[in-house]
Design a protein around this ligand. Structure first.
Ligand code: NI
Length: 193
């Protein structure tokens, strides 16, 4: 099922997600729906807050289009399996450590901010310890697009948004769009009652 994606201005996006404790059929269904919603919106990551749930749960799929090369390095449970074997990734209860502090800048977008793009600085290398949808523990190390996507999604799980980290000049350029989103969300919430 395709879920509605929450927009900037909806308070859920600022909520810290609760730890996932029940690895049951309901969680599997939510994760499936989040993956379907991410594909439908043509995104590469989606956090639970973006479908209206404050949970430590996000999904990621950064597989390049068929025939394109993978532009990042990764290590999944100390191996390099093909991406198809572990993507779409369902990440529960992630714990992040930075393994390469060097910063890289890249233009990011976010499905909760349609039309807003801007440069965001992030560390290059990340280690993410998490549980899959069945509760099994995994460790994923990644740089490049995958590392960045994980950091962006894990920020969501902590109520943090890419505009908090955006280059100040780019933020200024997007100011009007961001204000409009906030206004539209306020109207939406009022209407819904
Ligand atoms: Ni986002």
């Amino acid at each position: 099922m395709i879920l509605r994606v929450t927009k900037y201005g909806e308070p859920i996006l600022r909520e810290v997600g609760a730890t996932v404790t029940e690895f049951n059929a309901e969680l599997a269904q939510l994760a499936n729906d989040m993956v379907a919603t991410m594909y439908d919106a043509e995104g590469i990551g989606l956090a639970a807050q973006q479908v209206g749930k404050a949970l430590q749960l996000c999904v990621v799929d950064v597989r390049p289009p068929e025939g394109s090369e993978i532009s990042f390095n990764y290590n999944y449970d100390a191996r390099q399996p093909p991406l198809d074997l572990f993507m779409p990734l369902v990440i529960c209860n992630p714990k992040i450590s930075i393994i390469d502090e060097q910063q890289d800048v890249y233009e990011e977008g976010c499905l909760s901010f349609p039309g807003v793009n801007g440069k965001v600085n992030r560390p290059i290398g990340v280690r993410c310890q998490f549980q899959d949808v069945q509760g099994n523990p995994h460790t994923l190390e990644a740089d490049g697009l995958l590392g960045r996507c994980i950091l962006h999604e894990v920020d969501h799980l902590n109520g943090e948004l890419f505009i908090d980290r955006m280059d100040k000049r780019d933020l200024k350029k997007n100011e009007a769009k961001i204000k409009r989103l906030k206004r539209e969300s306020r109207d939406f919430l009022k209407q819904r009652g």
